[in-house]
Design a binder for this molecule. Sequence first.
Ligand code: HEC
Length: 130
Amino acid sequence: MKKIVFISAIAVLGIFAACKKEKTSATTSTTTTTKTASSEASFNCTESVTYTATIKPIFEAKCMPCHTGEKPAHRIDLLQLSGAQAAVAHNLMCTITPGGPCPKMPPTDNKLTETEVKTIECWINNGMKN
Ligand code: HEC
């Protein structure tokens, strides 16, 4: 009889511990989801994202040290709209997206911020306006 009480006590404890664990992980994942949602909400993709006003300054700061001038790296010249559009056809989005099979751009420590990547993606999705 004593043995049965002991075993069921352990079982109850086990169930309790399992519940507690589940609760903790549920809370953690809720927090993560909220964070992602709010950082996405902070970037607003609008029609006002254009090459000249928005994209060129990003490329100037982070890409043009290599991708313009007399011998642009990989013959990708980002100084003009037409060159930038051609680069999009040459895996540009893939090179600035973490993970994935393309060489990562820029190859230096001067990385694009998450917002800059989203801004470029927005510009592409809106038809790469000048
Ligand atoms: C330090 C010099 C340097 C900087 C800065 C740089 N690139 Fe590059 N990029 C290269 C070189 C070198 C290659 C040739 C591919 C390789 O790495 O083998 C290349 C290749 C590429 C390619 C072609 C990839 C392919 O798969 O064909 C794209 C697109 C590109 N870069 C875009 C960018 C963009 C956008 C930026 C800025 C966010 C950037 N690069 C910044 C040096 C640079």
